[in-house]
Design a protein around this ligand. Structure first.
Ligand SMILES: Nc1ncnc2c1ncn2[C@@H]1O[C@H](COP(=O)(O)OP(=O)(O)OP(=O)(O)O)[C@@H](O)[C@H]1O
Ligand SMILES: [Mg+2]
Length: 404
């Protein structure tokens, strides 16, 4: 006799059977078994991620109390909570509707949960009760890298911590791209998607999430998901999506780690406004070291130069000139030479925002935000409420049908 306790899904199937309807039950049962066979044997993953009940998550977060709110990104708010078993969690309420149906959504979550690495945030499971979409992650005590680096400066990340963070992020992305069973392009690598545990070990969050909103399997996506300042030019302009998009964003994060400033900062002088532009300017004048955060009293000059060199290589205009992430890991650890680059990317030398002959000077600009960038908000572009593409919160998922 089959021991049901050993096969929890049998108990779940049993619960969904309809009493007195043998034909419907037969169809339900065969569909479920076929589906499980297909996903388990062909994809090698358990078809069902752990599913939480809504009331379980409500209790854990104290009814999604505002005092437990950790923040809100492009997908929806995130709450801190504690499960009955004592695990501390972060619950993300997806407010942007996905076009995926329940089964597809749950399969995607199962896929994401099966991807595990020391430098990736653990996804404990999800909740889909009553059409709701919630994701349950492990809670990371030291929050996100952008807070640690740009806001909560009391954390005082010293150089060796920053270097280890940089290595950890590189290893996490290399795993996603090259080692995991399911190759994943993150599409939204940025400082706020790097979370830090109690030992400051970096964990990449939100990987696989953009896929929930992707309806195309080809590299040419109709929608761009990402954040201004971290977006590779070929992806922003043409939606051309390859793993080199993440390599570009990683390059920006690496330079942010060295400089302790966000990729764009309107409070700085014009020449320093854009981090990539400033880094290139210093590099061309052999003054790379001046990029180092003034808060860092001690650092290894050699390591700093390596990180800057890698950052500049990764942010090359041509995806082909950017290294793979495993090569980045080798270069950072000193196992491979950091190739020298001599020419600044075209997107920097060609984009002159101070061109006074621009047509914008001739038209009525009242009511239009002409700031080059929204520096404080850097959420993903999944919302279409912004008026101008110069804002960081502009939608990159433009299909209005995906919004609730
Ligand atoms: N697992 C977690 N542990 C601790 N804090 C978290 C966790 N997940 C998210 N947070 C916090 O919640 C905030 C919001 O996260 P969220 O991912 O929604 O936004 P984001 O990363 O700024 O933008 P995006 O939607 O593009 O990812 C983060 O800045 C982070 O501080
Ligand atoms: Mg995030």
């Amino acid at each position: 006799m089959v021991k049901r306790a050993a096969f929890p899904f049998l108990v779940k199937i049993e619960k969904s059977l309809i009493p007195g309807s043998p034909l419907i039950n037969y169809v339900l049962l065969t569909t479920e078994l076929l589906y499980r066979f297909q996903t388990y044997y062909f994809l090698g993953i358990d078809a069902r991620p752990y599913t939480f009940s809504y009331s379980e998550l409500r209790t854990a977060t104290d009814d999604f109390s505002p005092s437990n709110k950790l923040g809100e990104g492009g997908f929806g708010p995130v709450y801190k909570g504690t499960l009955i078993d004592g695990r501390v969690i972060a619950v993300k309420q997806l407010s942007v509707a996905s076009q995926q149906g329940n089964i597809q959504f749950v399969t995607e979550i199962a896929t994401i949960s099966s991807v595990q690495h020391r430098n990736l945030v653990k996804l404990y499971g999800c909740c889909t009760e009553g059409g709701k979409r919630l994701l349950v992650y492990e809670y990371l005590e030291n929050g996100s890298l952008d807070h640690a680096l740009f806001e909560q400066r009391s954390l005082n990340l010293d150089w060796s911590t920053r270097f280890d963070i940089c290595m950890g992020i590189a290893r996490g992305i290399a795993y996603l791209h090259e080692e995991s069973r399911l190759r994943i392009v993150h599409r939204d690598v940025k400082a706020s998607n790097i979370l830090l545990d109690s030992d400051f070990i970096p964990k990449i969050s939100d990987f696989g999430l953009a896929k929930l909103y992707d309806d195309k399997k080809t590299h040419l996506s109709t929608r761009v998901a990402g954040t201004y300042g971290y977006l590779a030019p070929e992806y922003a302009m043409r939606g051309h999506l390859t793993e080199k998009v993440d390599v570009f964003s990683f390059g920006v994060v690496a330079l942010e780690l060295v400089s302790g400033r966000p990729n764009a900062d309107s409070s700085l002088e014009e020449e320093k406004l854009y981090l990539l532009e400033w880094a290139w300017h210093l590099h061309e004048n052999e003054r790379d070291i001046q990029l180092v955060d003034s808060k860092l009293s001690e650092y290894s000059e050699e390591e700093v130069k390596r990180v800057i060199g890698v950052g500049l290589l990764c942010s090359q205009a041509s995806p082909m000139l950017r290294p793979s992430m495993s090569r980045v890991v080798a270069m950072l650890s000193g196992d491979a030479e950091v190739s020298t680059i001599t020419s600044r990317p075209g997107y920097l030398s060609d984009w002159k925002f101070d061109d006074k002959t621009s047509f914008m000077s001739d038209i009525e600009t009242e009511g239009i935000d002409t700031r080059p960038y929204n520096f404080t908000e850097s959420t993903s572009m999944f919302d279409d409420s912004q008026p101008s593409p110069v804002l960081a919160t502009v939608p990159m998922l433009q299909d209005s049908s995906i919004r609730e």
